[in-house]
Design a protein around this ligand. Structure first.
Ligand code: 4AD
Ligand code: MG
Length: 445
């Protein structure tokens, strides 16, 4: 919508074009022969006024009350000049599709609601004008947005068992049992909070510190690390993998183009040949394969692993490195569709009932650089998964609300920033990729 309405002609240069708008219904007004649907996609303050007559495909979904305030929709139409005084152009609807309906209890209806009230709905307030605008100003100023580091309870307790090794209470670092009277914890990931913004503003990202009580003394684990977490709305696992690939290639290309002197230094003193290897990564297609195929490859490998492989096991660093370094000659590898038992509760179940739409990007020397997934956007599946894992629906009430009011297919990933630095510079130990490494027994500075 920003692309259309943000130009000098306020959209008049788009007249005659057919396009698709995906977003959330702000208001619906039915008049005798036409219905006006105001749609916002978070790209700008303005809504797209979509004008619909009864001959539009999908009109029955409006008539039957499936599409209401708060619902998510996909609308195809033609840009026409508007007779109204509020906007230069509007969309004449050819087709409207309900993506996610909104429960009638949607708390942010048209009437003005107080800021105090909205603070109690912090997961939905990005869908209001004020909070959308605040987020866009933050983005313009800093290009950096960190959701939060302090959270009330466990977020990803059902993360893979490997991540859940010795941690303190609830799988998180115990910040304080008494944070102004309530316990609070340091977050393991900004994802769930970022989802509240993606389901209001479309594509977003958060970049901030995250914490894991990792007691593993390895060259790729820190207790405090920074994570870049994009979250894409109206997106599936393929979109997610494409975004992750494009992102890594962009960063690598940028470093090679803009940091020549330092890269020559790394090439000579730290990792011989790193420039050539990074150049190849920036150019080539990444390998994609399913977890099931990856397991097959590992079973066939002429190699003894410390951890034996079988379907259902989590891939260990040695397996990940074998795949990217040996099986595919140094090419980054994206493994997808992992068994649901070893992945987090929020990942979208595949039709086979056994796997989820998860992906990990593996790169040479580092192993897992990126972990991501398509999120479960179907309320009843998500609730079922919480029940299976004996996680309380109550503590995820706000996360479930995102599926109750205008749910959309969405996907995202987390990229460990220090692992990226490790990969891009060749430094062997992740402790040398961050100013003050926090690892077991090391926090004296
Ligand atoms: O695979 P992880 O645990 O994924 C998540 O936390 C998701 N919630 C991300 C998302 O989908 N938004 O972590 C993501 C990445 C890993 O691939 C790895 O690069 C890095 O974070 N990472 C660590 N880096 C350093 N030290 C650790 N202890 C790390 N644990 C994960
Ligand atoms: Mg992971």
């Amino acid at each position: 919508i920003a692309d259309i309405k943000g130009g000098p002609d306020e959209g008049l240069d788009w007249v005659g074009q057919t396009l698709v708008v995906m977003g959330w219904v702000r208001t619906l007004r039915a008049q005798s022969s036409v219905t006006f649907v105001e749609v916002n996609d978070g790209s700008c303050l303005s809504n797209m006024q979509c004008v619909m007559t009864s001959d539009a495909e999908g009109y029955d979904q409006v008539e039957s009350g499936l599409i209401t305030t708060g619902a998510s929709v996909r609308i195809q139409g033609t840009v026409v000049a508007s007779h109204g005084s509020k906007q230069k152009v509007e969309l004449k609807v050819n087709k409207i599709v309900s993506v996610g309906k909104s429960d009638p209890s949607f708390p942010i209806q048209k009437k003005r609601v107080s800021r105090e009230f909205l603070r109690t709905k912090a997961h939905l307030r990005p869908r209001t004008n004020t909070f959308g605008a605040v987020a866009r100003i933050v983005k313009e100023q800093g290009e950096q947005f960190c959701v939060t580091t302090l959270v009330p309870s466990s977020r990803e307790a059902a993360e893979s068992p490997v991540d859940a090794i010795p941690k303190t209470k609830d799988g998180l670092i115990d910040w304080s049992q008494d944070f102004f009277g309530k316990p609070a914890f340091l977050t393991v990931s900004g994802q769930l909070n970022a989802e509240t913004y993606a389901t209001a503003l479309s594509d977003v990202y958060t970049f901030g510190p995250t914490f894991r009580a990792e007691n593993s003394n390895t060259s790729r684990h820190l207790a405090e690390f920074w994570m870049i977490e994009p979250e894409l709305a109206f997106a599936d696992l393929n979109d997610d993998m494409a975004c992750a690939t494009a992102y890594l290639q962009y960063v690598v290309r940028h470093i090679l183009d803009n940091c020549k002197e330092d890269m020559d230094f790394f090439n000579t003193w730290i990792e011989n040949g790193i420039i050539d290897r990074l150049s190849a990564v920036a150019e080539r297609d990444f390998v994609q394969l399913t977890y099931t195929d990856a397991v097959e490859l590992l079973l066939k490998a002429n190699k003894t692993f410390e951890f034996p492989v079988k379907w259902g096991c989590d891939l260990q660093s040695e397996h990940e490195r074998y795949l990217t370094e040996e099986a595919f000659g140094g090419c980054p590898v994206i493994v997808r569709d992992y068994p649901k038992e070893i992945k987090a509760f929020y990942m979208r179940q595949n039709d086979d009932g056994k796997t989820v739409a998860a992906m990990d990007m593996l790169v040479p020397r580092v192993g897992e650089l990126i972990g991501g997934s398509q999120r479960e956007e179907r309320l009843e599946y998500l609730e079922g998964r919480l029940d299976d894992l004996k996680l309380s629906r109550d503590s995820y009430w706000w996360y479930l609300d995102l599926r109750r009011y205008g749910s959309v297919p969405h996907a995202g990933f987390g990229l460990g920033f220090e692992r990226l630095v490790q990969f891009a510079t060749g430094v062997e130990n992740i402790r040398d990729a961050i100013p003050f490494p926090r690892t077991p027994g090391s926090a004296e500075f």
